[in-house]
Design a protein around this ligand. Structure first.
Ligand SMILES: Cc1cc2nc3c(=O)[nH]c(=O)nc-3n(C[C@H](O)[C@H](O)[C@H](O)COP(=O)(O)OP(=O)(O)OC[C@H]3O[C@@H](n4cnc5c(N)ncnc54)[C@H](O)[C@@H]3O)c2cc1C
Length: 359
């Protein structure tokens, strides 16, 4: 078997990169072993405003410019709905926060998202003594259904191998690589937290963060916007809501925990007074990086090995733009912006294995 690319991992990063390959008529095969599930469990929200400080997320406007058509394309391809426009109502905690809200609304880029008013309307079951700040042009991607449909589609084309990629069996030559009878020009690793097992790229400083989520049914809570306070409460329809998420830097398992559940319940009940029933509890590990920028680029020694990772807490927005950027780098030699290129961490690579030289 001869392909242009081998891809390891079919989460949001793998989806975005293989979509880019397909659009450029490049052939590929993907390995996926379900060892990680960040993209499957994600809340799927995209929101260009950091709701703690009311500042704009890094590169948000440009990322969204590419992300919205990217998901629309997939909706058209599979004739399914994945994109839901959902406003965000941020519960304000004090008069000071109300003032900060108005100040931020005046800033040029934020004014496209933050409405310059305080919503004082009372909603049954929500405790909000200082009202809400409203954000628009925000929304949710149903990543679970999208991923399942995309995986089924590639599987039907025989482009997915449902098995673990075994790094020891990769053979690297100057112009090509081979793996268990598959020859390719390049390989791109999109393993999320699975990166930690990858001997070629594990030198990169990933700071993985486990997140847990509940799905609740709250018959008396009836809103069509996302409520943001200590947690988010995201409407799924029919009075079902996704509630999340925790941030745990110690636990490296993707298993839901009792500790995580109790934390979510405690925080949820600080601003939701409606009765509810928990119907689901999930967890996953976010592949975050200490400087909160993606990990993109070629291996320092082996130029036909590349990485697409570090999507952190905002994979929905970042993945489509990063896929294009990495593709242009690998195929057209467009230089990567320094802030996303893994060359920013080369010192860790050399420290770890000083015998390897750049080719
Ligand atoms: C609780 C939670 C809530 C979140 N909410 C949001 C949100 O609202 N909005 C947002 O934008 N982001 C959110 N995120 C973050 C988002 O999920 C991530 O940024 C994104 O999913 C990362 O995608 P990825 O493809 O890099 O990694 P992953 O989704 O982890 O995919 C990596 C894939 O590689 C596979 N793999 C790994 N190693 C191997 C191997 N050796 N062989 C074969 N396959 C392998 C894994 O099985 C996995 O399918 C959330 C994350 C969590 C955990």
């Amino acid at each position: 078997m001869q392909v242009d690319y081998i891809i390891v991992g079919l989460g949001l990063a793998g989806v975005a990169f293989t979509k880019e390959l397909a659009e450029n008529n490049k052939s590929f095969v993907v390995f996926e072993d379900n060892s990680q599930n960040s993209s499957m469990v994600a809340g799927g929200m995209y929101n260009p405003v950091i709701l703690k400080r009311f500042t704009l997320v890094w590169d948000a406007v440009d990322q969204l410019r590419l992300a919205i058509p990217f998901y629309r394309d997939l909706e058209e391809k599979f004739q399914k709905k994945y994109h839901y426009q959902i406003n965000i109502y941020r519960i304000l905690k004090s008069f000071e926060e109300q003032n900060n809200w108005f100040e931020s609304c005046d800033k040029p880029l934020l004014s496209g998202y933050m409405k310059p008013e305080i919503i004082t309307k009372k909603f049954k079951g929500i405790i909000a003594n200082y009202g809400f700040g409203k954000l628009t042009n925000t929304g949710r991607i149903d990543t679970k259904n999208l991923l399942n449909d995309y995986r089924n589609f590639l599987t039907s084309k025989k482009l997915v191998k449902n098995e673990s990629f075994n790094y020891d069996e990769l053979e690297i030559e100057k112009e090509a690589i081979s793996y268990n009878g598959i020859k390719a020009f390049k390989i791109v690793f999109c393993e999320g937290f699975g990166l930690k097992k990858n001997p070629f790229f594990k030198y990169l400083p990933m700071k993985e963060v486990k997140g847990e989520l509940l799905t609740i049914h709250a018959p008396d809570l009836d809103v069509d916007f996302l409520i943001k306070a200590a947690l988010f409460v995201l409407p799924l329809g029919n009075n079902y809501y996704k509630v999340g998420a925790t941030f745990n830097w110690q636990d490296k398992t993707k298993l839901p925990s009792e500790e995580g559940k109790q934390e979510l319940i405690l925080k949820l009940e600080s601003f939701i007074s409606s009765p509810y029933k928990i119907v689901d509890h999930t967890a996953g590990i976010r592949p975050t990086v200490k400087d909160r920028r993606p990990l993109v680029g070629k291996h320092p020694t082996y130029q036909n090995l590349a990485i697409f990772n570090g999507l952190g807490t905002r994979g929905v927005m970042i993945a489509p733009k990063m896929a294009k950027t990495l593709y242009n780098h690998l195929e057209k030699e467009v230089v990567l912006p320094a802030e996303i290129s893994i060359t920013r961490f080369e010192k860790y690579f050399l420290n770890q294995d000083g015998t390897l030289q750049k080719s």
